[in-house]
Ligand binder design. Structure first.
Ligand code: FAD
Length: 411
């Protein structure tokens, strides 16, 4: 997404672009593919955006794929406790949220009005605090709203996730008002919403897109890249060219030789189920439902495919797929209000390196856009965007890299 965002921003400004991607497909960690077992096109993982993600909104406007998203009319986050079956709905950012805070009947069950003031602690959390440390005494509000949100946004348990990364999320979405925190999802898939239209736009502007082309090395002279080395071929870099490295942190580190990057990754596990009777779903995710008290964390439903996300899933990636599928199905069936038997057709996707480990220690190891090589800049959700490792962060980093490239051409 970072590389695509940079390319889109550049072709719009008439800058010639060549895009090189090691994989056979574009989109990186954010893509769709056809799954023969389910006989459906599915995403590698459920991706949630918020209506306040302003860089993604601009990117989507530029590539013309606004219709490819579902944005509900109201910001609503339904939850279920799979142990007790209790259900509640959080309506953040709205007058109704204030009403919810001060009305005992409408508050998240078990929470007190003053607990909500604790949300402000994340705005002033020191850079070395974890979400857990910033929360102070964890109560029901923490368990039933803050923790699921933080684990989802940071892909880390609250005891590890950096509280300072929640601050921009709160300021740009939840604290800005109802219009900015509506949960948005791709209508038919991530590739159709975020990848394919970008490639079409880039190519229509005469740019070249090379898939299955891995950058192996950078040939440098006097702190400037003069050649890109791809296996057996090399590509010359002109004096006005900028190399935008939209690659994972360890690849950028290897290519540049010296670069401080965040250490380690966190996994996300997704389970996709093809429902035989989608019409029987009693509680429809809108567009997602949060789960507490079980193993599954969020359930999404797209036509007859129910998909479940587990973030910070390091302990799960070693488990057998079939065992995971039946364990996660129990939670899913309960969340959707459908019978547990039979287990539908399933697909488990384990993304071992879903994001960098978003700990306080790693938050300060994120490099900025420019590097010690004068015509090389970095882009990626792991660079110092100030945001968690999300599509919004990746796109914003791509825009920043494009800005550098334009300045380098004009110098
Ligand atoms: C399962 C899952 C669920 C997620 N859920 C959400 C969510 O709900 N909301 C959200 O906002 N974000 C979510 N994310 C995070 C989001 O997907 C990422 O933040 C975003 O896609 C990162 O984009 P990127 O361009 O920074 O990195 P990447 O997608 O990793 O792109 C790097 C690209 O570089 C290529 N590459 C690597 N080495 C080379 C080389 N030597 N030469 C050429 N190319 C190379 C790779 O093939 C890849 O395409 C999720 C991620 C996963 C995996």
């Amino acid at each position: 997404m970072a590389g695509l965002a940079a390319a889109v921003a550049l072709v719009r400004r008439g800058v010639p672009v060549r895009l090189y991607e090691a994989a056979r497909h574009a989109g990186g960690r954010c893509r769709s593919f056809y799954d023969a077992r389910l006989d459906r096109t599915i995403d590698n993982g459920n991706h949630l955006l918020l209506s306040g993600n302003r860089s993604v909104a601009r990117y989507v406007r530029w590539i013309g794929s606004g219709d490819a998203f579902i944005e509900p009319r109201r910001a609503e986050f339904p939850f279920v406790d799979v142990r007790s079956g209790e259900r509640w709905c959080v309506r953040p950012g709205s007058v109704r949220f204030l009403g919810q805070v001060f009305s005992r009947q409408r508050r998240i069950p078990g929470t007190g009005a003053w607990e909500y003031l604790r949300l402000l602690r994340y705005l002033v959390a020191p850079t070395d605090a974890t979400v857990h440390q910033a929360s102070g005494k964890a109560g029901r509000l923490f368990e039933r709203f803050v923790e699921p949100l933080a684990v989802g946004a940071l892909n880390a348990p609250a005891s590890e996730g950096a509280a300072c990364l929640l601050r921009p999320v709160l300021l740009e979405t939840f604290l800005r008002g109802e219009r900015y925190c509506r949960p948005c999802v791709a209508r038919r898939g991530l590739s159709e919403a975020l990848v394919t239209p970008a490639i079409t736009l880039i190519e229509s502007q005469g740019a070249q897109v090379h898939l299955s082309t891995r950058l192996e090395a950078l040939a440098m002279r006097s702190n400037v890249v003069v050649e890109l080395v791809f296996g057996h071929a090399t590509v010359e870099c002109g004096p006005r060219d900028t190399v935008i490295l939209g690659v994972p942190p360890e690849v950028a580190q290897r290519l540049l030789g010296s670069l401080r990057v965040p250490r380690g990754h966190s996994a996300i596990v997704n389970a996709h189920y093809r429902l035989e009777h989608p019409e029987a779903v009693r509680y429809r995710p809108a567009p997602l439902t949060g789960l507490v008290g079980g193993m599954a964390q969020w359930v999404f439903l797209r036509e007859d495919i129910a998909s479940v996300t587990v973030s910070a899933a390091g302990a799960l990636v070693r488990q057998d797929g079939a065992a995971l599928a039946s364990r996660l199905w129990r939670d899913t069936a309960q969340a959707l209000g459908i019978p547990e038997d039979p287990l539908p057709r399933w697909r488990i996707i384990k993304e071992r390196q879903a994001t960098f480990r978003q700990t306080p220690g790693n938050a300060i190891r994120r490099p900025g856009t420019s590097t010690w090589v004068r015509n090389v800049v970095l882009a990626g959700d792991w660079t110092d965007t100030g945001l968690p490792a999300t599509i919004e962060g990746a796109v914003r980093s791509g825009f920043a890299a494009a800005e550098h490239a334009v300045r380098w051409r004009q110098r």
